[in-house]
Design a protein around this ligand. Structure first.
Ligand code: SAM
Length: 251
């Protein structure tokens, strides 16, 4: 079953919890989720919410008791299991705050399974706040009805990411220098998309990438896209050609 939700979306508040959910389970929410339910939505005891845990799926739950800073919740029943996610990784060079937040949010909505920041020779951003990026990813998953969060990896050097690249995973390398159109090149199966930094890849990096047997240089059209636009465009093209958008469109 595709990860994309049915339409129209149900209107109950929907939250991720980092606790395994089960029939009848009681849990206490604190921090940002509690603040959202108590102070933003002002939900009373008895109100229903949807919870998902990235492990067992999505559950209907009821607020049992609301305090000023915490809320206790009782899980009623499972609404759906954890959805399978198309096996697409996104390798991207870190870009500046704001743009990278947007990229992570959109990549989550579009359905990637794994987010992998890679440091390239022209990468200008040397420190990443993974906690902030994870919060953006969770918020996007809550909003778009994903039941599975994308994995968010710590940054690694491009060479390291390419070293021992899995033999069964196609590497679609977005090369502004040219390549096959991604819409035509994308094939079903395990895949990754590699997007360069704002300054592009160096010639030596291009050679290293092209030397990976699974690498396929692909084009995203005749215009040079910003890195964040390129990432989103590439994911959309792959999802439509080889991911779960075809099935979702027929639901
Ligand atoms: N400064 C670079 C240049 O002019 O060559 C442009 C880099 S672009 C802003 C950032 C990344 O987006 C590129 O490294 C590439 O991965 C991807 N990209 C942008 N436009 C693309 C296109 N038309 N085809 C393929 N990849 C593209």
């Amino acid at each position: 079953m595709p990860a994309t939700p049915a339409w129209p979306p149900a209107s109950l508040p929907r939250l991720y919890v980092d606790t395994e959910l089960a029939d009848g389970a009681a849990l206490t929410l604190e921090g940002a989720p509690a603040h959202y339910l108590i102070n933003v939505l002002r939900l009373p005891a008895g109100a229903q919410v949807k919870l998902f845990d990235d492990r067992t799926g999505e559950w209907l739950a009821e607020l049992a008791d609301t305090g000023r800073k915490r809320v206790s919740v009782r899980v009623a029943r499972r609404l759906r299991p954890r959805d399978p996610v198309p096996d697409l990784w996104l390798l991207f060079a870190p870009i500046k705050r704001g743009r990278i937040d947007w990229l992570v949010e959109k990549a989550t909505e579009l359905g990637v399974a794994r987010l992998m920041p890679v440091a390239t020779q022209r990468t200008m951003v040397d420190r990443l706040n993974l906690e902030r990026l994870r919060a953006h990813s969770i918020e996007a998953a809550e909003q778009c009805e994903r039941t599975a969060l994308p994995e968010l990896e710590a940054p690694v050097a491009l060479d390291q990411a390419l070293h021992d690249w899995p033999g069964d995973r196609a590497l679609y390398f977005a090369d502004e220098g040219g390549g096959a159109p991604l819409a035509k090149a994308a094939e079903p199966g395990s895949a990754a998309i590699l997007i360069g930094p704002e300054g592009g890849f160096t010639e030596s990096e291009r050679e290293t990438i092209r030397a990976v047997p699974q690498a396929r240089p692909v084009s995203l059209g005749p215009r040079i896209l910003r890195a964040d636009t390129a990432a989103v465009a590439a994911i959309a093209l792959w999802m439509a050609a080889a991911g779960d958008w075809g099935e979702a469109a027929n639901r």
